[in-house]
Write a protein that binds this ligand. Structure first.
Ligand SMILES: [Cu+2]
Length: 394
């Protein structure tokens, strides 16, 4: 029983939690300081988690002390036969202050942080996603403002008064029905609206003029593979992955020979792009915020996303008045320590620029790979496909 009491003790648990928090914070601070020590004299950074926790506890202590003083003052008033402090009125006023400050906070976050939202969608389906987002935000904001004003307004208006008696309302079917059915209808409309939009976006038909691009994630980079002149990406097999052939492209198949390895993702404007999304180790996520594209890359579960870029990089630079603007492909699953490294520049260009860029790209089948695979045509670039027979190690 003694032990049970011990583990149920709230004080002890709170102390343990505070201790863990401080300990972790100190440990993190030390690691950071150790890294910094090599370059310059270690600086003690007091603005860690523990600093804010301490400030919070101090504020709580301050509030508790003021509360106690008021309580004593209240008791002395009563002992002198006077009327005590009107706590209900104080609470009601605090509620109104909370409402006004809170509403101003919501307004402030819209006006201040609102400028941090993404620029206009640069893809055809992105416009629909933005519309959906706007409708949902407007609807929820209307509900938010009405409910908050009613909630705190009622708290103020109907605070305790000796002249008024509260009505006991144990159950009311009409009210229950209204607050169950009304949100259910609104949510159903939103979900159905979203479902149809998603169905339109997820066009699963593999059209001939789609540009197929393989995006493979591994810790910590994205690998991009474009089809060559034949427009077909060669097959891949994880058993063929080696240092040089890190995607495991099957070079027994002819369609693999002209595949291209690229660094920057170039996309022709107004063309349907099909991203084949793959992962080699852990779950990554293809995230291209400007095109409103995001899909997980799961090992062993190849998937794809089709979209059509509509605004070129140059046009976007003029629109944003930012000559250095680049579209980017990120990983937005925290997939490990260097996850932040998983970024690729995406450039949307005209068809002509795209073709000229494509002609300058290097084939995936480079010299090192030819050597590794004992490729017959290692020293003969001119040889046709017939001599491109492979003698794999196995
Ligand atoms: Cu990742």
């Amino acid at each position: 029983m003694g032990f049970r009491k011990l583990i149920n003790s709230k004080k002890l648990l709170s102390f343990f939690a505070a201790f863990m928090l401080l300990g972790t914070n100190l440990l993190m601070a030390q690691t950071a300081a150790a890294g910094a020590a090599q370059e310059e004299a270690p600086k003690v950074d007091w603005t860690g988690v523990a600093y804010y926790v301490a400030i919070f506890f101090l504020i709580c202590l301050g509030v508790a002390i003021v509360g106690k003083i008021l309580k004593i003052y209240d008791l002395t008033l009563k002992m002198q036969g006077k009327k005590g402090i009107k706590w209900n009125s104080i609470m009601a006023v605090i509620c109104i202050i909370f409402l006004v400050v809170g509403l101003y906070g919501a307004y402030w976050s819209f006006t201040e942080q609102g400028s941090m939202t993404l620029p206009e969608a640069a893809s055809a389906h992105g416009v629909k996603i933005d519309e959906m987002f706007t409708v949902t935000t407007v609807l929820t904001m209307i509900v938010f403002f009405i409910t908050q004003i009613l909630l705190f307004g009622f708290l103020f208006q109907y605070r305790h008064s000796d002249k008024r008696r509260a009505h006991f309302l144990p159950h009311n079917n009409t009210i229950e029905k209204v607050w169950t059915i009304a949100p259910a209808i609104v949510l159903t409309i939103l979900v159905v609206f979203g479902f149809f939009t998603w169905q339109k976006i997820m066009n699963s038909e593999n059209l001939k003029d789609d540009i197929n691009i393989d995006v493979t994630g591994h810790q910590f980079a994205w690998e991009l593979r474009y089809p060559g002149k034949d427009g077909i990406l060669g097959p891949k097999d994880f058993r063929l992955v080696t240092g040089a052939n890190n995607l495991g492209v099957n070079f027994k198949k002819k369609s693999s020979f002209d595949d291209l390895k690229v660094d920057t993702m170039y996309l022709p404007v107004n063309k349907s792009i099909r991203l084949n999304i793959l992962a080699q180790d852990v779950i990554h996520s293809v995230y291209m915020p400007h095109f409103r594209v995001q899909l997980n890359a799961v090992p062993g579960l190849p998937t794809f996303f089709k979209f059509t870029p509509t605004i070129t990089t140059a046009e976007m630079r003029t629109k944003l008045d930012d000559p250095k603007f680049e579209y980017t492909l990120y990983c937005n699953k925290i997939c490990g320590g260097s996850h932040y490294n998983m970024q690729k520049v995406v450039r949307v260009v005209s068809e002509a620029e795209y073709q000229s860029w494509l002609s300058r790209q290097k084939p995936y089948l480079n010299d090192a790979l030819r050597k590794e695979l004992h490729f017959a045509a290692a020293n003969n670039e001119q040889s046709g496909a017939s001599t491109n027979r492979l003698a794999l190690n196995n």
